[in-house]
Design a protein around this ligand. Structure first.
Ligand SMILES: *[C@@H]1O[C@H](CO)[C@@H](O)[C@H](O)[C@H]1NC(C)=O
Ligand SMILES: *[C@@H]1O[C@H](CO)[C@@H](O)[C@H](O)[C@H]1NC(C)=O
Ligand SMILES: *[C@@H]1O[C@H](CO)[C@@H](O)[C@H](O)[C@H]1NC(C)=O
Ligand SMILES: *[C@@H]1O[C@H](CO)[C@@H](O)[C@H](O)[C@H]1NC(C)=O
Ligand SMILES: *[C@@H]1O[C@H](CO)[C@@H](O)[C@H](O)[C@H]1NC(C)=O
Length: 597
């Protein structure tokens, strides 16, 4: 099934590779090692391949996984008094590549987290098991892009699961075939779920300490500075979206290894690990769409192409949109592209497309309005291009090139989330029909699309060795350091309205960790620090990293600008490039794009 959560990120990852700024690295030229060894890579980064046991639970199993790691060094040296250690980050997914993420995001993230002259961090990310440059790989298609795209087109032809029981039955068989295909390739995918990844993180923390100790022994003759000593053995981490799931597993399993933990765009991990799953994601999705209509109407036709001077209220553009979508539900639109490809645009396509745009209102609202306006007037050029860049349809111009694989492989995503969640094999079509209806009840816009996440588990054949079902709690923080206790309380961040990780989830998760703080940022979109500029959030995060202190309880942070403003400082205003164009190709999201959940 299609990658979902990170959709908004896909086009950018794709562009990062295409724009030539990130020199490619052949990871095969790095010999895997048990001791951490960095090599120069990607223009200012350092990369390593670290060998770990494939099965952490079985000491007599000598198979290994090899983890691809990349870091952006701090702007000061490791023995500088302002050096603040390593901050690990995970961009979400599940299935998102930390390696491609850090290449495009790390410099901006470093600017965000550093306190110039006071505190400087190196940023570390990695491809978790089953993903990207890490082995084992989860690519059941073996880089055969034609075969993958043929599969995706059949799925597309089947239509969304909201079409009813027939589409669900066909989808169940497709899922079964893919699961069988993956199973034929061995059992490595049984070892890629979150508890194994959390264990890898402990190992990476230790290996980084070991290397730093060795290097500092050379530099300062064995005397580790007190400040550095404080953080030895402790993880400093910022996780986005699914990265908050990973953080929650880590804090629950290894509370004594938590140094600092910032969780932004918070998933309800109980819903993730138990029951049907993924039912708590869409509480606020349709409300963001309402805000889109309201903002569009108030901004007027000079800013929002869907507005009309004759509209008395937001129900003007909203009504025109939904009647157009209803028409497409009835009569899908046949499109022949300028290059001669045929695409049938359905109402379901439009709902998905708009849902993805809700991930980043500042970046997408204005171009979304333009693109829809043109498509409603009969010009689908921008719509088709944008759908391809969002990965909603295969990139038909490049159907044979492995470079144009989706950024998150659907099977890699399934390997993680199906392994973590309850077993849903043996659920019949009627059960799934009910599940789809339930999600559509949450969000008219995104519910059907969202249901394919768990649907991909309907035949998932791997039962993971390492499994963890909670409780997702941690003991009280002890800043003076005590075994088994975090060094600082957890810091949670949430937008007021988030399309896939609602504020409600952040509140529920924060309440499980004593002393945890929650920052509610007055903005919309998926995750806070990538979707709107806020000096308030920035200060809280930087102070937390430096001192381990959090504001008490829940704090509200304002932002410097919103989606319809002319001038969103520090954020590339898509509007400046997008008038009449496809979604803003050249403009990168602020500085990073937390993927999906
Ligand atoms: C542990 O690994 C060994 C060697 O691969 C295997 O023979 C054994 O069955 C495994 N034990 C368990 C409990 O999986
Ligand atoms: C792994 O263990 C098996 C026996 O369980 C042995 O045959 C094999 O040589 C070992 N491989 C390595 C690389 O040590
Ligand atoms: C359709 O829109 C594209 C850009 O979105 C534009 O380049 C093209 O000229 C338009 N076609 C027509 C017939 O207006
Ligand atoms: C570990 O996973 C493998 C592959 O799924 C399985 O054969 C083995 O029995 C598992 N071991 C345990 C202890 O669950
Ligand atoms: C737009 O932003 C720039 C740079 O932040 C600032 O100098 C300028 O005054 C802003 N313009 C408006 C209209 O806010």
């Amino acid at each position: 099934m299609r990658p979902t959560f990170i959709l908004a990120a896909l086009s950018f990852a794709f562009l990062a590779a295409a724009d030539g700024s990130t020199a490619q690295l052949d990871w095969n030229t790095i010999t895997p090692s048990r001791v951490l060894q960095y090599h120069e890579c990607y223009d200012g980064f350092k990369c390593a391949r670290l060998e770990v046991p494939l099965d952490w639970a079985n000491g007599s199993d000598n198979r290994t996984a090899v983890i691809a790691i990349a870091k952006l060094p701090a702007v000061v040296s490791d023995d500088d008094p302002t050096f603040g250690g390593s901050i690990f980050t995970n961009p979400g997914g599940p299935g998102g590549s930390g390696i491609s993420y850090i290449q495009r995001a790390a410099r901006n993230m470093q600017n965000f987290l550093d306190k110039p002259g006071r505190r400087h961090y190196e940023l570390v990310s990695w491809d978790p098991r089953g993903i990207g440059h890490t082995t084992p790989s989860s690519d059941c298609f073996h880089s055969n892009t034609v075969s993958r795209n043929a599969w995706l087109l059949e799925e597309r032809g089947n239509g969304g699961l909201e079409k009813g029981i027939d589409a669900i039955k066909h989808g169940l068989s497709m899922t079964k075939a893919l699961s069988q295909h993956c199973k034929d390739q061995g059992d490595a995918m049984a070892y890629v779920n979150t508890p194994s990844v959390a264990r890898d993180m402990v190992h990476m923390v230790d290996k980084i300490d070991e290397l730093r100790q060795k290097e500092s022994t050379i530099k300062v003759h064995g005397e580790l500075k007190k400040r550095t000593k404080d953080v030895v053995g402790r993880l400093q981490y910022i996780g986005f979206s699914y990265g908050t799931v990973l953080g929650n597993y880590f804090a629950a399993l290894y509370p004594g290894r938590v140094g600092r933990m910032v969780l932004d765009g918070v998933v309800n991990v109980d819903d993730y690990a138990h029951g049907p799953g993924w039912l708590s994601s869409l509480d606020d999705t349709d409300e963001i769409l309402e805000q889109f209509w309201q903002g569009c109407h108030e901004a007027g036709p000079s800013v929002c192409a869907l507005a009309s001077a004759s509209d008395a209220s937001a129900s003007g553009p909203k009504g025109r949109f939904w009647s157009w979508v209803a028409q497409l539900d009835d009569n899908p639109l046949p499109v022949v592209t300028s290059k001669g490809f045929m695409v049938i645009v359905t109402g379901n396509d439009i709902r998905k497309f708009v849902g993805v745009a809700l991930y980043d209102p500042i970046l997408f609202f204005k171009p979304l309005a333009n693109t829809l306006h043109q498509a409603m007037a009969g010009n689908t050029t921008s719509l088709i291009t944008s759908m391809m860049s969002f990965d909603l349809i295969p990139d038909l111009d490049n159907v044979c090139s492995a470079k144009h694989n989706p950024t998150i492989l659907p099977e890699a995503r399934s390997a993680v989330l199906c392994g973590d969640g309850d077993d849903l094999t043996h659920k019949d079509a009627a059960w799934w029909h009910k599940y789809v209806q339930q999600l559509m009840g949450k969000s008219q816009l995104f519910g059907s699309y969202w249901s394919i996440i768990r649907f991909s588990c309907s035949s998932w054949p791997f039962l993971p060795n390492l499994s963890f079902k909670g409780p997702f709690k941690s003991p009280i923080a002890v800043p003076s350091l005590a075994a088994g206790h975090p060094a600082a309380p957890l810091l949670f961040l949430s937008n007021r309205l988030d399309p896939v990780t609602p504020l409600k989830s952040a509140r529920a998760m924060a309440s499980n960790h004593p002393g945890a703080a929650l920052v509610v940022q007055e903005s919309m979109g998926h995750c806070t620090i990538s979707t709107a500029p806020s000096q308030c959030t920035k200060k809280i995060v930087a102070d937390y990293l430096e001192h381990g202190t959090v504001p008490s309880g829940e704090t509200v942070c304002g932002t410097q600008c919103g989606p319809w403003d002319e001038n969103c400082s520090g954020y590339p205003t898509a509007s400046s490039k997008s008038t009449g164009e496809p979604f803003p190709e050249g403009s990168f999201p602020s500085w990073m794009f937390p993927l999906g959940v």
